[in-house]
Design a protein around this ligand. Structure first.
Ligand code: GLY
Length: 363
């Protein structure tokens, strides 16, 4: 039972810790800033309810926290205003006051829903993230992006609302379905492509160890991504510039998720294909060398991630979804494109024919 690492997202008075470790849910002070006598609402999903919920409840009750719970359905298709209302109703029914704390125990869906509920309940209450999937541990739980999906677009309703603490227990990954683990690796590879060639090479060498959850490799990998993300959030909390780079692959990937029906493609699977399409776009534009393109596709493949989009989705059908992307400005799609391994840039006015060719080449 030990804390592997404690990082900080530096945001002045709203700064918060990220605690990373193995079996750390059992540490006494891990649920900081909760104190004895505080009220809290644990929100989790049906899948995790049996596994982890009781452990968390036990430790919170032992430390004197007055805790209630809501259990939601599991899956991206439930990241809706309807589920969020269930959280709000439970808070009202159990008479939670403005000084309550919401606790998100789950993957990106639970984290986004709970964060959004926390941002609007009584005009804003505290929340703690306990991410249980690799994807949410390396990305979604950090940085305060919260929200729900709309039938016409992913994450279209939401807010920026930072958690008070992020608790990453690496042991959660032992019970994570394999396809979910792989899905998380897409976001890990994304960080390396955008920011860190050395990390990319490390991933090429250690992908097998990560997939087999080798403790040393997975801890390093999570820590590295959390470091990159926390530095970025401290510099650009509201995605005015640098943070937008984290959307590599997401403009194409979100199109796949919405078109296929939420939940039919895991987020990371769609992002993997989105990264391939962005990488291909960059290569067609002459920004990225062919050998870098090959390395990126090679690593995604070796991780077991998909590199081709859905067969029943024509290249032209991506465009309307891409036009609704949150990066669109003055009616122009803006794309994050890798220009080398370890470096990416945002481009507007990319020729639509090139975008379409890149999509066609990845089908
Ligand atoms: N997941 C991308 C971001 O937090 O900005």
């Amino acid at each position: 039972m030990k804390i592997v690492e404690r990082l900080e997202v530096v945001l002045g008075k709203r700064s918060y810790p990220i605690s990373i470790g193995s079996n750390i849910i059992q540490e006494d002070n891990i649920f900081w800033p909760l104190k004895p006598g505080n009220q809290a609402m644990l929100v989790t999903n049906k899948t995790l309810a049996n596994l982890l919920k009781d452990k968390v409840l036990f430790h919170l009750r032992k430390s004197g926290v007055k805790i209630d719970q809501v259990i939601l359905s599991d899956g991206e298709q439930y990241k809706t205003l309807n589920e969020m209302e269930l959280i709000i109703s439970a808070l009202l029914e159990k008479k939670h006051a403005r000084d309550t704390t919401l606790i998100a125990l789950g993957g990106g869906v639970i984290g986004d829903l709970v964060g959004f509920a926390a941002s609007i309940y009584q005009r804003g209450v505290r929340f703690i993230q306990i991410p249980t999937t690799l994807l949410s541990q390396v990305d979604a739980s950090i940085g305060g992006k919260t929200g729900v999906n709309h039938l016409l677009g992913k994450n279209m309703i939401g807010s920026f609302w930072q958690p008070s603490s992020v608790i990453i227990d690496i042991d959660c990954l032992k019970s994570l379905p394999y396809n979910e683990l792989i899905s998380g690796i897409a976001e890990v590879i994304k960080y390396a492509i955008i920011f860190d060639e050395h990390f990319f090479s490390w991933l090429e060498e250690n992908i097998k160890e990560i997939l087999s959850l080798n403790q040393k490799a997975i801890s390093y990998c999570i820590k590295k991504c959390c470091q990159l993300k926390s530095q970025l959030i401290s510099l650009d909390e509201r995605e005015k510039n640098l943070r937008a780079l984290l959307n590599l692959g997401h403009t194409y990937g979100h199109a796949i998720e919405v078109h296929s029906g939420y939940g039919n493609w895991l987020h990371g699977e769609a992002i993997s294909v989105g990264i391939v399409m962005a990488t291909r776009t960059s290569e067609l534009l002459g920004y990225l060398k062919k050998q870098d393109f090959k390395r990126i596709i090679g690593l995604l493949k070796r991780a077991g991630l998909p590199i081709k989009g859905p067969k029943n989705m024509s290249a032209a059908s991506y465009i309307p979804y891409m036009m609704r992307d949150k990066k669109v400005m003055s009616g122009e799609i803006r794309l994050v494109l890798p220009i080398s391994i370890g470096k990416a840039k945002i481009y507007s006015n990319v020729d639509k024919n090139i975008i379409l060719s890149a999509i066609k080449n990845s089908q």
